[in-house]
Design a protein. Structure first.
Length: 513
């Protein structure tokens, strides 16, 4: 299936109409008249990278939110139609959506600072012992109800205390609940997507393959665009196995979803060291007395709703034969920069803002994960032409693309434009370890503030107009301003790539259609 579900399509259309109003307003602030005519569809992608990515991405969102910032980028959050994240980025998407889309400042003050200060091993702070009792009871109830459990379950419940407001770590909050929230119903927010990777553990694999299945969770649907699946179910019925006479509800617990999208424990079997080794010991103790010795504990486990969907004979694909789906961290392999789902033609995006906080080198991004995302997309015929050309790793270093914003796809009419926003330590040493679990309030504040500067390019003069021109330059009939001069153009000098090296001065791009 290469079309959107009816519900997502209706949301996309309704949201695009509202996003266009916000985008036109933002563009006109940069240059009067720039927001007239046809307008592109925008999306924001948040990479994996634990709390580092979470907080950096939160800063990017804050700088784009006209409710929370007066930066040159404020208003762009209201102009987005899609919002996607994996791993730590998926936590951010989930926390924002699951709490009815408040400002980053509200979430930081009301939830994150306190929760992150205590750390995930002390959920609820001084109430941690009671929280552990509740978590254990929740997992036991799930098992006794006949559903599979794994390390992904306590991991998800512990994360919930950090990400979701509400009684017992927001245990009652479901992903499908988001569809009923006022901001979502009114189409005032971008459509959220959380990614996870599939594992073929029956073949003895403990990690996803380069061309493995990418699963999507949204407030409406669960499924995959991959050719080996190409099927979807309403997310509110997640947990319903094929052939069940009654539908399961409640399995789409938002904590379970955000925990599934960041479950690294299956992959830890494949590698010598596990960054979450300390917390894994805690999780294993929590479930030690709950599981049978023959159960697969490492992966997040979901009863397979697609079994038998496309036949059961020798030609049937693996996903249609197994009783359970095994899912892990969406950032493992080639997917730490979640781009592919936003390239789907049915979603019709033109511009993708990418907040990249990958830990490629010294816990900073080098562009390697964007290169991986490009390789993956270029090998899927359906979206290959939608992926812009990404330069080789050495060019990122030579041109400094890993230290400032860069634009890819400007000279490729059929491709999206990617606005690459790498994590850079502008005012805070933002290359914190993926495995850092404790964040003092001042660290949380410092990381968010530094993340906001990645969106504004540390206040570089002319950045707003430069960004506006890049967003609009491929739109038919766009009236780009003449005679623009950017004093600090060296910070954003190299605008586009079109196969070969093309150095385009921002001034010339903004001066010519």
């Amino acid at each position: 299936m290469n079309d959107l579900s009816d519900r997502e399509e209706a949301y996309r259309v309704g949201r695009k109409a509202k996003a266009d109003v916000s985008l036109a307003s933002w563009l006109d602030k940069q240059s009067p008249g720039l927001g007239s005519g046809s307008l592109p569809t925008l999306g924001l992608s948040i990479s994996g990278g634990g709390w580092r990515s979470f907080l950096t991405g939160a800063g990017v969102m804050q700088a784009m939110d006209d409710r929370d910032s007066d930066a040159v980028t404020s208003g762009l959050l209201q102009a987005l139609t899609y919002h996607i994240g994996v791993s730590g980025g998926g936590w951010l998407v989930s926390s924002w959506a699951g709490n009815n889309f408040p400002t980053v400042s509200q979430l930081a003050d009301d939830l994150w600072k306190s929760a992150f200060e205590h750390g995930m091993e002390a959920p609820g702070g001084w109430k941690a012992l009671a929280a552990y009792a509740d978590i254990t009871a929740d997992i036991l109830a799930k098992k006794e109800a006949g559903y599979p459990i794994s390390l992904g379950d306590p991991w998800a419940r512990l994360l919930s205390y950090q990400m979701i407001e509400g009684d017992r770590g927001g245990v009652a909050t479901r992903l499908s609940d988001v569809a009923g929230y006022s901001s979502f119903v009114d189409r005032d927010v971008p459509f959220p997507i959380i990614n996870a990777n599939g594992i073929d553990s029956k073949a003895g694999l403990c990690g996803p393959t380069d061309n493995g299945t990418v699963w999507e969770f949204t407030p409406y649907d669960f499924g995959s665009w991959n050719d080996d699946v190409s099927a979807w179910i309403p997310v509110e019925y997640l947990g319903t196995a094929a052939g069940d006479t009654e539908c399961t509800v409640g399995f789409d617990n938002l904590g379970f979803v955000l925990g599934t999208g960041s479950n690294l424990f299956g992959n830890s079997v494949c590698v010598e060291s596990n960054p979450f080794g300390e917390v894994q010991d805690v999780l294993e103790k929590l479930v030690d007395f709950l599981h049978d010795v023959d159960e697969e504990l490492d992966f997040s486990r979901i009863p397979n709703p697609f079994k038998g969907f496309n036949g059961t004979g020798d030609e049937a694909k693996e996903v249609f034969l197994v009783d359970e789906l095994y899912l892990v961290d969406g950032g493992i392999g080639l997917h730490n920069d979640p781009i592919a789902p936003l390239l789907e033609p049915a979603r019709n995006l033109s511009v993708i803002f990418l907040s990249d906080s990958s830990a490629d080198e010294d816990n900073f991004p080098t562009g390697a994960c964007l290169i991986d995302a490009s390789w993956y997309a270029k090998n899927i015929s359906r979206i290959a032409d939608r992926m812009p050309t990404i330069p080789a790793q050495e060019v990122f270093f030579e041109q400094g693309f890993n230290k400032r914003a860069a634009f890819f796809g400007c000279n490729e009419p059929g491709a999206v434009t990617i606005v690459y926003l790498p994590n850079v330590n502008y005012t805070y040493q933002s290359n914190l370890s993926t495995a850092k679990f404790l964040y003092e309030p001042e660290v949380t504040e410092g990381m968010i503030a530094n993340g906001a500067l990645t969106a504004t390019q540390n206040g570089a003069e002319g950045w707003g107009l430069c960004l506006a021109c890049a967003v609009m330059m491929k739109e038919e009939g766009a009236s780009l301003p003449d005679g623009v001069w950017i004093k600090q153009s060296q910070t954003v000098l190299h605008l586009s790539w079109g196969g070969d090296l093309v150095n385009v001065n921002i001034t010339s791009v903004c001066a010519h259609k």
